[in-house]
Design a protein around this ligand. Structure first.
Ligand code: SF4
Length: 291
């Protein structure tokens, strides 16, 4: 079998945010803040398979917020180093880092040394108020995003702002343009625009997503804008299209759902390692399992 991406699960479903579109949306508790054991033998099996697929990027990701488990991120990086993946990315809302730089400074240095190349910051907008409403609704302000970007850059990381596009937050060409300008001003290397996934994965998210997903017309307008103002750089099959828009890298991402599945085993999308040692090629379909 051959895969395009290698996802490695960090931490648990715990997250201090409670985004209404989240796949899990579970608040931190004593139980879910406990690190789970990792089946290192099977991580090696998965990483070998990823190497055979010529995968160039590993994504350290989670059902919750991975930076709540900083020691585990370091351990993963150490264990992955022998496989020499060119790019290792960490997907995070980065709120814990921004709120506690003292704690994370040593980890950020370690992660850089151990090969982490990219940090992907999850947002819904460049506007603080929109991000606050989604990520920190019980707080009176959102983190200082430009400051966070500067801070992470200071360690040498490459950054990607990954925007989940929702109604009233990132649903018009004007807002997309503003977001792209924000990224460029702050020297963010890459931007991803991902319309909120309208395949519901959590019952309680269903209503919200129905209410707040982009219409087909809005998605088309954004695509038309990128086609017109940008230069198409890469078409990544079943992943998305990458443009240069005034010197800013912008990916318009396709959702992970049944329409982006390919049943040809030589062209599978995602190889996913779970901490208990299970290796799967589907996030949601229990049957999509190798080990
Ligand atoms: S930041 Fe990510 S993990 Fe946390 S609640 Fe939001 S979508 Fe879920």
């Amino acid at each position: 079998m051959k895969f395009k991406m290698f996802s490695v699960i960090v931490g648990t479903e715990a997250c201090m945010a409670s985004c209404p579109f989240c796949v899990s949306g579970v608040k931190p508790s004593k139980e879910n803040l406990e690190e789970r054991n990792i089946n290192w033998r099977n991580l090696k099996i998965a990483a070998n398979l990823a190497n055979r697929s010529d995968i160039d990027t590993v994504m350290l990701t989670s059902r919750g917020e991975p930076t709540l488990f900083p020691e585990q991120i370091t351990e993963y990086l150490k264990n992955l180093s022998e496989f020499q993946f060119p790019f290792i990315e960490l997907q995070s809302n980065c709120i814990p880092i921004s709120l506690n730089k003292e704690k994370y400074e040593k980890y950020l240095k370690e992660w850089y040394e151990e090969g982490l190349t990219t940090i992907t910051i999850s947002v819904v907008s460049n506007r603080a108020e929109s991000n606050r409403k989604i990520y920190m609704p019980n707080s009176d302000k959102y983190i200082d995003l430009p400051d966070l970007i500067k801070y992470l850059h200071s360690f040498g990381f490459s950054l990607r702002l990954t925007c989940v596009c929702c109604k009233d937050m990132m649903d018009t060409v004007d807002k997309v343009q503003e977001f792209i300008n924000f990224a460029k001003e702050n020297k963010v290397e890459q931007v991803t625009l991902r319309p909120v996934n309208d395949e519901f994965r959590r019952k309680s998210a269903e209503e919200w997503i129905k209410e707040n997903k982009l219409t087909d017309k809005q998605k088309q307008q954004i695509k038309d804008y990128l086609e017109e103002k940008g230069t198409k750089l890469l078409e990544l099959e079943r992943i998305g299209t990458i443009y240069d828009v005034n010197g800013q890298n912008v990916c318009l991402s396709l959702p992970l759902n049944k329409y982006t599945r390919d049943t040809n085993p030589e062209n599978a999308r995602n190889l996913i390692f779970f901490q208990d040692g299970h290796i799967r090629y589907e996030w949601e379909m229990e049957g999509g399992i190798l080990l």
